[in-house]
Design a protein around this ligand. Structure first.
Ligand code: SF4
Length: 343
């Protein structure tokens, strides 16, 4: 997909979707670039109507971020998106109205060398499969996805990515485990309509954590009713927690307890905020006291350890200074600036 490779032994790729009106070209470009700064490696753009389709070429010219055109039903929009230089199409061939239209999309995607993502969720399952399985159950969603896949394969098109998203984490797990057993195509993971920032991130982490730990999944989107940066941040947190990717700050901080001798919450939040969006791979431990602090911080690039009236700063477990609470944040930021990434 443009400069990004999805599938096989490649790194798991983070994506998100912008929600600006697509025909507002500059706003959409700005939003795409904002998502990329936050860490999105692929950005999806909705193509709901002709005005949106006609804006795609200008959007593509305004950014170097790999882009996906999200299309429902109208195969002509897919052709326009491919001609506009979009790097992937998200379209379900079973919904575009006939074999000749599928052929046209497949030919165009083949000519441009771009993949097609089939995206099924519980709202898109065919009536007939809902009746067969007694609802939009995981088996129905998987069968629906495989039908779309067959329509592409029939035309010898195999540059395919599949997503099958439920809003329940458990059903999402079931869907992806099932489809992973049926084919080798790269899988785009996500829990659809996961919810607001906190609960949505947890639901997504439960489902995707399980799947990724089992080696299932090649790219992911965290879908939240929240700002795009929250989505991307959550995606990265999942990948970092699983040890699958490294990016930016890894913060270890203790919950604090009766032994706490510094304001752990405030300091940890300040550090997290200050380093948001930096590309420096660095581990910082903020610990509230000298009981457990030094041990935990020994493994970190930089440790901040509360002490009686003074806060200790360590580098790889070695004490490098003691500071008053008022000075510690600045001293810490100086140390971070001087630290080489821990790769
Ligand atoms: S590091 Fe110290 S302050 Fe933090 S939870 Fe452990 S014992 Fe309590």
């Amino acid at each position: 997909m443009g400069r990004v490779a999805i599938g096989g032994a490649n790194a798991i790729v983070v994506q998100t979707m912008v929600n600006t009106p697509t025909e507002e070209v500059q706003r959409t470009i700005d939003e795409i670039n904002r998502a990329a700064v936050a860490g999105a490696e692929i950005v999806r753009v909705a193509v709901p109507d002709r005005r949106a389709a006609e804006a795609l070429a200008d959007i593509k010219k305004g950014t170097d971020v790999p882009l996906v055109a999200d299309i429902h039903f109208n195969f002509r929009f897919a052709l326009i998106a491919a001609d506009a230089g979009f790097d992937k199409l998200r379209i379900n061939p079973g919904n575009i109205g006939g074999d000749d239209k599928v052929r046209a999309v497949v030919d165009k995607a083949g000519e441009k060398g771009i993949p097609i993502r089939i995206g099924v969720n519980h709202g898109s399952v065919e009536r007939e499969l809902i009746d067969k399985y007694g609802g939009p159950k995981p088996a129905a969603m998987v069968e629906s996805a495989m039908r779309h896949v067959e329509l592409l394969e029939k035309h010898d098109f195999r540059d395919i990515v599949i997503s099958i998203k439920a809003s329940s984490p458990l059903e999402t797990i079931e869907c992806y485990e099932m489809v992973a057993g049926k084919c080798d195509y790269p899988l785009h993971l996500g829990v659809t309509e996961a919810g607001t920032a906190f609960i949505g991130a947890i639901k997504t982490a439960v489902a995707l954590g399980h799947l990724l730990y089992r080696g299932i999944g090649d790219t992911l989107r965290v879908s939240l009713s929240a700002d795009i940066e929250q989505e991307v941040k959550a995606a990265w947190a999942i990948l970092k927690a699983l040890g699958l990717r490294r990016r930016g700050l890894e913060l270890v901080s203790c919950p604090s307890c009766g032994r706490t001798e510094t304001n752990v919450y405030e300091l940890a939040e300040k550090v997290e905020k200050a380093l948001e969006g930096t590309n420096k791979d660095i581990k910082v431990a903020v610990m509230g006291c000298v009981v457990n602090g030094p041990g935990e911080a020994a493994d970190a690039d930089i440790g901040v350890i509360g002490g009686k009236g003074r806060v200790m700063l360590t580098r790889k477990g070695r004490i490098i200074g003691r500071y008053d609470e008022a000075e510690i944040f600045e001293a810490l930021m100086r140390e971070i600036a001087a630290t080489e990434p821990a790769n």
